[in-house]
Design a protein around this ligand. Structure first.
Ligand SMILES: C[S@@+](CC[C@H](N)C(=O)[O-])C[C@H]1O[C@@H](n2cnc3c(N)ncnc32)[C@H](O)[C@@H]1O
Length: 247
């Protein structure tokens, strides 16, 4: 198990993230780069997130939780919990949760009273059918093997349990897409560079390319055992939300 690094605002090592002219990493190189990046940006992650989304990230998590429609007291895993934003919202909605993340830096910066564990989404330390649901915010594109993560979600969620998966997205409308591309591709790296780390916030927009098309993700969820998998776009397509019920 790795130990927590000293959070730092310095540039990420060249081994951690590709420069803009290099292809995005895959496999273990991607996992290592993502982990190192979040360890590095953890101290200012919440600040930058709130500024660059105009606090819409808070609203999107609330919509995701409303879509769960689970009974009060339900127990959920918040996958890739980061600084625990989903865990805090889940508690306010009357749910219990455990946050899991592989970045010690993010867990160290977390602000939640809910329990947190360090672990990889591809091999979750939870028993089969042991939870009522799973939330996941803005992490799907960071996983090395999304199908493997979906299989883990199906394994740990009890029949009838619900999942709500949020991530960034690209608008379908050409005009909105152009504005979004400019904002996400230029403004976000600029703000991220001023407040945190330019390499990381240059990488985040590029990482959208990792996400499979929505129909493929829905088909993958159905294939591993989720019924009624559905997809909706939020705020003109700046974010996307997938929900499903464990069959
Ligand atoms: C963009 S942050 C999102 C944090 C939080 N969910 C939120 O809504 O703000 C992505 C998080 O995914 C975590 N992550 C990425 N890959 C992971 C993996 N394989 N296992 C566990 N956590 C992972 C990162 O460490 C990071 O905290």
């Amino acid at each position: 198990m790795k130990t927590a690094p000293e959070p730092s605002d310095s540039h990420l090592s060249e081994a951690a993230l590709p420069s803009l002219d290099q292809p995005l990493p895959t496999g273990d190189a991607k996992g290592d780069a993502v982990q190192a990046m979040f360890d590095t940006i953890a101290p200012r992650y919440d600040l930058v997130n709130r500024i660059m989304t105009f606090r819409l990230d808070v609203r999107w998590r609330r919509i995701a939780i409303d879509c769960l429609r689970l009974p009060a007291g339900a127990v959920l895993v918040d996958l890739a919990t980061g600084t625990g934003d989903f865990c805090r919202e889940l508690a306010e909605h009357g749910y219990a949760s455990v946050g899991a993340d592989f970045s010690f830096g993010m867990l160290d910066a977390a602000r939640t009273a809910e329990p947190l564990i360090q672990g990889d989404a591809m091999e979750l330390p939870f028993a089969d059918a042991s939870v009522d649901g799973v939330t996941c915010g803005f992490a799907l594109r960071n996983f090395v093997d999304l199908d493997r993560v979906f299989r883990e979600l199906a394994r740990i969620t009890r029949p009838g349990g619900r999942i709500a998966l949020l991530d960034a997205s690209e608008p379908d409308n050409p005009l909105a897409k152009a504005g979004h591309g400019l904002y996400f591709g230029k403004v976000v790296p600029f703000i991220g560079g001023l407040l945190s780390n330019r390499d990381a916030y240059g990488y985040l927009p590029r990482s959208l390319a990792y996400l499979p098309p929505r129909d493929d993700m829905l088909a993958s969820l159905q294939a591993v055992g989720f019924a009624d998998a559905s997809h909706r776009q939020l705020t003109l397509g700046a974010a996307q939300l997938m929900t499903a019920t464990r069959a």
